[in-house]
Design a binder for this molecule. Structure first.
Ligand SMILES: [Zn+2]
Ligand SMILES: [Zn+2]
Length: 178
């Protein structure tokens, strides 16, 4: 019997004749139908560059500000479902929830060209309290290079406790591993 990774409800595995005749291992879905529907994809109107969902289909203020320097790509709208997901995954430390995001991330990464995937590092203190890096948790099925580090002296306040404006104004808090 399979249970939903997100809400622990029992997930019914559909067994049809067609599935049986395929003669393959039956992989139960990771989420129940209710939880699977909570994650809604982005929809129009969106920023044409980063895909952020917004009121108009014009270039968003962040893309306009960073121009060619930096490019972001949205995968989900930052709605109640994603907030609840991040709360449970990152702050309550439900490491199994990494598996929920992996297929979406894999698909998004397959659509862009890059040389090397570099996850954002976490501080030693966060390692001690959380026990895992939420970003590398998402990448356990992808090749990546952990080449960034947080200098211990700098001890930045967690990004999530800052306002968006504060985050954007911050100096680069990471260093390249020698
Ligand atoms: Zn569920
Ligand atoms: Zn944008």
């Amino acid at each position: 019997m399979a249970t939903c990774l997100w809400c622990q409800a029992v997930v019914k595995v559909p067994v049809t004749l067609r599935i049986l005749l395929r003669w393959q291992v039956i992989v139960p879905p990771k989420l129940c139908t209710t939880c699977a529907q909570r994650l809604q994809p982005l929809h129009a109107p969106q920023c044409p560059q980063c895909g952020r969902q917004q009121a108009t289909a014009t270039v968003c203020p962040d893309c306009a500000r960073w121009a060619d320097e930096w490019h972001n790509q949205a995968i989900f709208p930052y709605d109640e479902a994603i907030k609840a997901y991040m709360q449970q995954y990152k702050f309550q430390g439900d490491y199994r929830l990494r598996l929920v995001m992996q297929p979406y991330l894999r698909r998004a990464l397959a659509q862009i060209e890059y040389d090397v995937l570099v996850p954002i590092p976490i501080t030693a203190t966060t390692w001690q309290t959380r026990g895992f890096n939420q970003v590398t948790g998402w990448l356990t099925d992808q090749p990546f290079q952990s080449v960034l580090t947080v200098p211990p002296a700098r001890k930045p306040r967690p990004q999530s406790s800052k306002t968006r404006r504060e985050r954007l104004a911050m100096p680069q808090p990471f260093e390249l591993v020698p």
